[in-house]
Design a protein around this ligand. Structure first.
Ligand code: C2E
Ligand code: MG
Ligand code: MG
Length: 756
């Protein structure tokens, strides 16, 4: 039975019971009317029964009370434990300030947060105050006093308390003010949690956010499906895309198209394998402009190691690149003329030397400086001197092929590098071109300024295999050019200089030769071998040089070909030969043909047919009387083209002969299809006849070949009768050579015409 009566009820119950007991028991005794000892005994018994019953009741209620007390205490204790565990779990410390006694209870956890045990920390409010951070103390106490003064029920505050180790911990406190019955503050109770780590995390987050927003680098964050989830302001500034325009899209929106798939594959592979990639990448801005950037991409994983995001940080390096280019340009170019400087020139020579070694090419290095430039500077001022140097740079750069390197090496010294210059002749032509260009006046302030230069040339690989050696040798050649009277050039090798200078001299003289009518035509007879009758002539050019006498074509035809004069020369001889033939025919000569040589250079050009046609028309010569000789090598250089031209010529009705046959590399298949009439066996195979077996074998082969192709065969260079007899024996049709007659002027030829 559970006795749940208040003390008052129990007392009243006891009073009622006791009163009823007395009244009823006394009334019973009176009613029984007992006297004497029995009454006394009954009265004692009545008293004892009463005491026994009440003692039992007392015991019973006390027992109940005690039991209840224990139960409540146990319950309380359990609750307390639960609360403590919950607070511990929540990492909350508790305090309970009894305002009346000014004692504070700090929970174990509270003290623990500060590195103390409750005993060490004590229970005074002053301890708490003493542990406050100096910067927070005033404010914290002020808040507390305001709370007590204004009796605000709830309290919340953040402050720092000193830990036992001297560091400070941020505490977040929440509490409640409890009032007594009279409404006066009696207790102040609450909890505190250590938020030091959270504050640090928040601080770093805030800092990171500030960095994210203010950094000059663009930042782009995508989720693991590569959709953009974040960009910072710098991203928008660099790319021109606002955040709204790109969020949710994929970064391939910025692809420039400059990188191939392999590039992106490598990038993603690096991200998968190493978790990061950095490098230069070209992307496209919103404006469409493609720009370079330096980008670092990192993959981010969550706490379970699962890929969650990619973060790309990039900077626009277009300005850097530009300035690098500018710096590079400045480092490698002369600021006045913007031509390459000595450094770049040396690098190019180095490369050219390597290429020459590898590809078996030849090249030339030309160093030149202006003659008497010092005088220009001193008399007209450095300003004019600078202008002149600039103009020289511009003029030369304009007239030189782009693959040549023209450099200003300092002062009035320039350099020219040709990394593909097959011969000394080509180098001398280049030098002459420079001299000619520089010889033209420079107009400065309306005044013509004349300047000349001297040039030193070294050739590679023969004159050196290092930059220094080539430069040194070109420099010593330059010195020689200067000391030999300036406005000239010199090679490092003296022999070369002599040959090249003579060549250049010859070229200019040859130009004059044409104008001054110094060219002559000599005619060499061509005989039939069977009856030895002269049936034709070959026109061979000669140059009647005013000092050197008669110059053979071998000496000047190559120069004429290199300088382009050959066109005029061949036109001249064709015209003379045709009119001479026409004149002979008019005189009644029975010559069947006149042979004229066609230069391989001219043969390669398309207008040969037109030119021949024009000459034939002008001279009235029967085309059948004209034979054109084309060398075997000119035909076989470009057989397709030769076929076309030869067909054109044949259609005009002229005869065609292949000159110097045997010296080239004829393809028999092609030869078969060429519309020619005659093969001219080269004189080198005739020289050894009739004794030389090899010459004899070749002669026999060529003659047989000609016969089988239906062509006539002419043997050149017959100097002896035995040769003529031998060749005739082989079936050769025609012969030409000193034994029949040397090349000679027309009048002489006719007067000495005879049958040998
Ligand atoms: P080619 O057309 O093969 O001329 C034959 C050359 O052999 C001529 O030399 C001639 O004088 C020479 N010759 C003739 N018979 C003998 C001989 O018995 N013994 C020796 N050793 N030589 C003999 P030339 O006149 O000096 O001409 C040389 C080359 O110059 C010609 O070779 C021809 O390719 C070229 N040539 C000559 N005149 C002209 C021309 O007007 N125009 C062009 N484009 N080339 C020409
Ligand atoms: Mg010839
Ligand atoms: Mg020949």
């Amino acid at each position: 039975m559970k006795l749940q009566r208040s003390p008052l009820q129990l007392t009243l119950f006891y009073l009622l019971f006791a009163a009823l007991w007395i009244l009823l028991s006394d009334s019973l005794l009176i009613w029984l009317g007992l006297d004497g000892p029995l009454q006394v005994a009954l009265e004692i018994l009545k008293g004892l029964v009463f005491v026994t019953i009440t003692a039992a009741l007392l015991y019973f209620s006390l027992n109940q009370y005690q039991h209840e007390q224990r139960r409540v205490q146990l319950h309380l204790q359990r609750n307390e434990e639960r609360l403590a565990q919950a607070m511990d779990a929540a990492q909350e410390g508790m305090w309970d300030w009894d305002l009346k006694s000014a004692r504070v209870f700090f929970s174990h956890r509270y003290c623990d947060m500060l590195g103390y045990t409750p005993e060490e920390f004590g229970d005074s409010q002053q301890v708490w105050r003493d542990h406050l951070h100096p910067d927070d103390r005033d404010l914290a106490i002020q808040r507390l006093e305001a709370l007590l003064g204004e009796r605000q029920p709830y309290y919340e505050n953040i402050f720092r308390l000193r830990h036992r180790d001297g560091s400070y911990r941020w505490l977040h406190s929440r509490g409640q003010l409890l009032l007594d019955e009279e409404g006066r503050p009696s207790r102040f109770i609450g909890t505190s949690s250590d938020i030091t780590q959270r504050r640090a995390d928040e601080d770093s987050l805030r800092q990171a956010a500030a960095v994210f927003d203010s950094t000059q680098e663009g930042v782009l964050v995508t989720d693991n499906t590569r959709r953009i989830v974040h960009v910072n302001p710098a991203f928008s500034r660099i790319t021109g895309f606002s955040a709204e325009e790109v969020l949710g899209k994929e970064p391939n929106l910025f692809k420039s198209g400059r990188h191939d798939t392999a590039f992106y594959q490598t990038l993603w592979h690096a991200l998968d394998q190493r978790g990061s990639w950095s490098g230069e990448i070209w992307n496209r801005r919103k404006s469409g402009e493609v720009f370079p950037m330096w980008q670092c991409i990192r993959s981010i994983h969550d706490e379970r190691g699962k890929l969650s995001h990619y973060v790309a940080v990039f900077s626009d390096i277009s300005a850097l690149k530009r300035s690098q280019r500018e710096l590079d340009f400045l480092a490698h170019h002369d600021p006045l003329t913007t031509l390459p400087n000595r450094l770049l020139f040396s690098e190019r020579i180095e490369q050219a030397l390597q290429r020459a070694g590898r590809d078996k090419l030849r090249g030339a290095l030309l160093l030149f400086d202006l003659d008497h430039f010092k005088i220009v500077n001193e008399s007209l001022g450095h300003n004019i001197g600078d202008q002149l140097l600039k103009m020289i740079g511009e003029r030369l750069a304009q007239c030189l092929a782009p693959q040549l390197t023209l450099a200003r090496l300092g002062g009035d010294e320039f350099g020219l590098l040709s990394d593909d210059c097959a011969s000394a002749e080509q180098a001398s032509l280049l030098a002459q071109l420079l001299l000619d260009e520089l010889a033209l006046p420079f107009m400065i302030d309306g005044q013509p300024l004349f300047i000349s230069a001297s040039i030193g040339i070294s050739l590679f690989p023969e004159d050196g295999d290092s930059v220094e050696q080539l430069m040194r040798n070109a420099d010593s050649a330059l010195f020689r050019a200067k000391s030999s009277g300036r406005q000239t050039f010199a090679f490092y090798s003296q022999d070369m200089t002599a040959i090249a200078q003579q060549r250049v001299r010859l070229e200019s003289e040859l130009r004059q030769a044409l104008e001054m009518d110094q060219l002559r035509v000599h005619y060499q007879p061509i005989h039939r071998l069977d009856d030895r009758r002269m049936i034709g002539v070959e026109a061979l050019i000669r140059w009647q040089h005013p000092q050197r006498g008669l110059v053979a074509p071998g000496e000047f035809i190559p120069i004429a070909e290199d300088s382009g004069l050959i066109g005029a020369i061949d036109a001249w001889i064709l015209e003379h030969a045709c009119s001479q033939m026409q004149a002979w025919r008019a005189e009644g000569s029975d010559l069947e043909f006149i042979a004229v040589n066609v230069s391989s250079r001219l043969f390669g050009r398309g207008d040969l047919g037109l030119r021949v046609e024009q000459v034939l028309r002008e001279t009235g010569l029967d085309p059948a009387c004209l034979e054109l000789e084309v060398t075997e090598s000119a035909v076989m250089d470009d057989p397709e083209h030769a076929q076309v031209i030869l067909t054109q010529l044949r259609e005009l009705g002229v005869r065609l002969a292949i000159d110097d046959f045997g010296t080239g590399y004829s393809s028999l298949a092609r030869l078969k299809r060429l519309p020619v009439h005659k093969l001219k066996l080269d004189q080198s195979f005739v020289q050894g006849l009739p004794d030389d077996h090899e010459d004899a074998a070749i002669a026999r082969a060529v003659i047989t070949l000609g016969q089988s192709l239906g062509l006539r065969v002419l043997a050149e260079g017959i100097e002896e009768e035995s040769q003529a007899i031998f060749l005739r024996g082989l079936g050769c049709n025609l012969g030409q050579g000193y034994w029949f007659g040397r090349p000679q002027p027309a009048e002489q030829l006719m007067s000495s015409r005879s049958t040998v």
